[in-house]
Design a protein around this ligand. Structure first.
Ligand code: HEM
Length: 539
């Protein structure tokens, strides 16, 4: 079939994205009419009012008045960079995704790092989770890996996402930021919804205050399903390992950098790339058999509050990411980029993780507002680097000029048949996963009910200095809670994780340490969870 005629993208023409923005030697209006003066408005006499007929004045001021777009509802504060992903070819037997299959295959990427809770102008070095979102512009369409620097999430079901964010963002009355500091609502939420305790301890650890974006791990968090050429499937978790290792600031340092240089992390990212010290990560996979139970070593792979220790399932390197180009324009690239877990390529599929399923709905939905309408995939940073032949038409900010008389496929008038016989490629639902005949329920599986074992695993895997930092972080943050019953409820959670931890935090708060209400589980510590003494891939 014949593809539609569309306005060419920068990728097809090789034109730089700035080509449209500034051309010619002279200042013009948006219509290209030449201007001689941009400093003086047209007035009725030197002392008179401004005339409505001053088109240049009105165009300049009107456009300025509309320069801002809404900040992201979460992850508003960020920084981004362009780069290249090179496949090692080691995943060829696991997935038919072309960008992972062929050894040496290079794919352009754009990465956006972010904090979660602060507004656009907030400081970089606050205690928070960090976003690590990667757009792979593959030959088979765009694949987005929208992850964080922590491998677990606060909640198990996306329906609670507005609640945890409302509990952690600014005070509703004063709009004083809360984050994990100064905030009864955050501790109220995580002590009531105890599945949040695991992510909370990652936040209280040194991982919550990274030294640099270049020194963070990244995690896809959810389990994904890979499909190979033979149609065989495995379950996987995605990991980014930074070449420089994982490093943090100490708390006192974050207070100073947050005040003296709130742009500490974005400056570091930009400066290091400009200086040629390109940040690098290795992409790795933990691979699990795709069994009907979707568990590994007794761990439910659909529960996003659980990890699989690397000692049980080593991370297998599949490629390398190098960030080598800073954005030309922050708004056009970092602000307008739109990531979405539904941006999949053949060979990578989603699972039924109830958090992942909710995210599949949320990102596109929010971007329809944030980027003003349904055509934001045509914004240069969001354009695929693969040919596009879709059935989407018209709408606000439509930049493509679609040809043809029959905007539906297949048709017998002008489009031919875009589904040639024998073609199997399909980015969606290409694994025949069984959807059971179970009744509609709101309950989660019982395997999701253990909220304590893995927090204890994390705690017991820390080195003494990391434990000390965690204790101090809990004591400092809970010290900011006004409500005694919330502090006590959180201490009860700590007692159910580890009596030593609970005792030390309770002492710092001047409160008695409660007894555990559960039998403490036996766990085998996972040294890989500590960021001290990690060995990272060599050149
Ligand atoms: C934005 C990660 C859970 C809704 C983001 C971003 C990241 C991220 C990295 C920033 C993207 C960017 O740089 O533009 C995660 C991870 C999650 C998670 C790793 C759990 C594993 C959720 C859930 C929801 C959600 C459960 C809602 C049900 C959003 C929304 C945005 C966002 C609305 C803003 C998107 C935009 O305006 O472009 N998330 N998120 N996230 N996330 Fe999540």
């Amino acid at each position: 079939g014949q593809p539609d005629t569309r306005t060419p993208t920068g990728a097809e023409t090789g034109a730089p994205p700035t080509a449209f923005a500034q051309q010619g030697a002279y200042l013009t209006t948006a219509q290209g009419a030449r201007l001689r003066d941009t400093d003086h408005s047209l007035k009725a006499g030197p002392r008179g009012p401004i005339l409505l007929q001053d088109h240049h004045f009105r165009e300049k001021i009107t456009h300025f008045d509309h320069e801002r777009i809404p900040e992201r509802v979460v992850h508003a504060r960020g920084a981004g960079a362009h780069g290249v992903f090179t496949s090692y070819g080691t995943a060829a037997n696991l997935t038919r995704a072309g960008f992972l299959k062929k050894k040496g295959k290079e794919t352009e990427v754009f990465v956006r790092f972010s904090t979660v809770l602060g507004s656009r102008g907030s400081a970089d070095t606050v205690r928070d989770t960090r976003g690590f979102a990667t757009k792979f512009y593959t030959d088979e369409g765009t694949f987005d890996l929208v992850g964080n620097n922590m491998p677990v999430f606060f909640i198990q079901d996306a329906i609670k996402f507005p609640d945890i964010i409302h509990a952690a963002k600014w005070h509703p009355d004063r709009e004083i930021p809360q984050a994990q500091s100064a905030h009864d609502t955050f501790w109220d939420f995580v002590s009531l919804h105890t599945e949040a305790q695991h992510h909370t301890m990652w936040n209280m650890s040194d991982r919550g205050i990274p030294r640099s974006y270049r020194m963070m791990e990244g995690f896809g968090v959810h389990t994904f399903r890979l499909v190979n050429d033979a149609g065989e499937t495995v379950l996987v978790k995605f990991h980014w390992k930074p070449k420089l290792g994982v490093h943090s600031q100490v708390w006192e340092e974050t207070q100073i950098t947050g005040g003296v240089d709130p742009d500490y992390h974005r400056r570091d990212l930009y400066d290091s790339i400009e200086a040629g010290a390109y940040p690098e990560w290795e992409l790795g996979l933990q691979v699990f058999p795709d069994t009907p139970e979707e568990t590994f070593a007794g761990i439910d792979l659909l529960d996003p509050t659980k990890i699989v220790p690397e000692e049980l399932a080593p991370v297998q390197p599949v490629g390398k990411l190098v960030l080598n180009r800073t954005p030309t324009n922050f708004h056009a690239e970092v602000e307008q980029v739109a990531f979405h877990l539904g941006n999949l390529v053949p060979g990578i599929d989603v699972t039924n993780d109830p958090l992942l399923q909710g995210r599949l709905f949320s990102y596109l939905d929010t971007q329809l507002t944030r980027l003003a309408g349904p055509n934001f995939h045509q914004i240069p940073i969001n354009r695929p680097h693969a040919p596009v032949n879709d059935m989407l038409r018209d709408g606000f900010h439509q930049h493509a000029v679609h040809g043809g008389v029959a905007p539906y496929k297949p048709n017998s008038l002008d489009g031919g048949n875009p589904f040639p016989a024998g073609d199997k490629e399909n980015a969606f639902v290409d694994t025949p996963v069984v959807v059971t005949e179970a009744p509609k329920v709101r309950d989660l599986p019982v395997t999701f009910k253990d909220h304590w074992t893995q927090v204890r695993l994390f705690w017991l895997s820390m080195t003494p200095i990391e434990k000390e930092h965690i204790i101090r972080a809990y004591a400092f943050e809970l010290g900011k809670c006004y409500h005694q019953e919330i502090r006590e409820r959180q201490l009860q959670c700590l007692a159910n994780i580890d009596p030593v931890l609970c005792e030390q935090v309770a002492t710092a708060l001047g409160l008695p340490a409660p007894q555990p209400t559960i039998e403490l589980p036996e766990v085998t510590p996972s040294p890989a969870l500590s960021q001290v003494g990690q060995q990272w891939p060599a050149d």
